[in-house]
Design a protein around this ligand. Structure first.
Ligand code: GLN
Length: 244
């Protein structure tokens, strides 16, 4: 029987706007196909051995929570996360969690947070926040999905040359409100500003991420199609609303 081992990083601290819904969504989509899922929460003080997991999830958090985690990250988790990413483990990171995979974050009131440094990107906070429902289109190599979601961040993220955007903004702000990029892709990392939660109403992207993780362990696995009528209705409703 197939099994997917998910590591949920800081589930008690990084869970803005119900980001945990992504874990529920992934677990259910596996269960509907008879695939076992094991979710392990790893938080402050817990040891992390990246080889124990196939897929890592990090939710969003305010500047305060991000600063609280700096010490724990520096005690060994940052190094494990960097190694995991280089070893092509699959990561889904949302907003604050996305920012934390980057080099640093300078908050709008001048605090410098040195982050995990796994991705070639940095974030600069500004007083005016970027808030609202938004929409972006994933790269064709990731299925070209139109993703609908919700963003709320003060940080503006700028991508370096070693990463590519996860998508192009169709409506809303995305990474920085200027260059139309949204999120970041590097090896098997999917990082995005999208709360919502993201995956329940973007089922194509959910399966793409799950399949990427499963294929590393079971190269021949195929995911059987599910009836996504409700999910697609929720998605299409928001897509039409954002298109005005
Ligand atoms: N603290 C970050 C910011 O405001 C991330 C917020 C979030 O995760 N929604 O930019």
């Amino acid at each position: 029987m197939y099994k997917l081992r998910i590591c949920h990083l800081y589930p008690d601290i990084l869970n803005l706007y119900g980001d945990r819904g992504n874990i529920i969504c992934m677990t259910r989509r596996m269960q509907w196909r008879g695939i076992e899922t094991e979710v392990t929460g790893i938080s402050v003080g817990d040891p992390l051995n990246y080889e124990d997991y196939d897929l890592f999830f990090i939710g969003g958090g305010q500047d305060f929570e991000q600063e609280v985690l700096l010490k724990d990250l520096a005690s060994g988790k940052s190094a494990q996360i960097r190694e995991a990413i280089e070893a092509e483990k699959v990561f889904l990171a949302i907003c604050g969690g996305y920012q934390m995979l980057g080099q640093y974050y300078k908050t709008w009131d001048g605090h410098q947070c040195d982050f995990i440094g796994a991705l070639d990107l940095y974030t600069i906070g500004e007083k005016e926040r970027m808030i609202g429902n938004y929409m972006y289109q994933c790269d064709a190599s990731d299925g070209g999905y139109v993703v609908v979601g919700f963003e709320n961040h003060s940080g503006k993220t700028y991508l370096g040359e070693k990463v590519r955007p996860m998508g192009t903004v169709l409506s809303g702000y995305g990474n920085n409100g200027k260059d139309k990029t949204e999120g970041a892709r590097y090896k098997n990392v999917f990082a995005t500003y999208s709360h919502g939660s993201l995956l329940p109403k973007n089922p194509g992207l959910a399966d793409h991420i799950l399949k990427t993780a499963l294929k590393r362990r079971y190269p021949d696995i195929e995911l059987e199609a599910l009836d996504d009528t409700f999910e697609n209705n929720a998605h299409d409703y928001m897509q039409h609303r954002l298109h005005g």
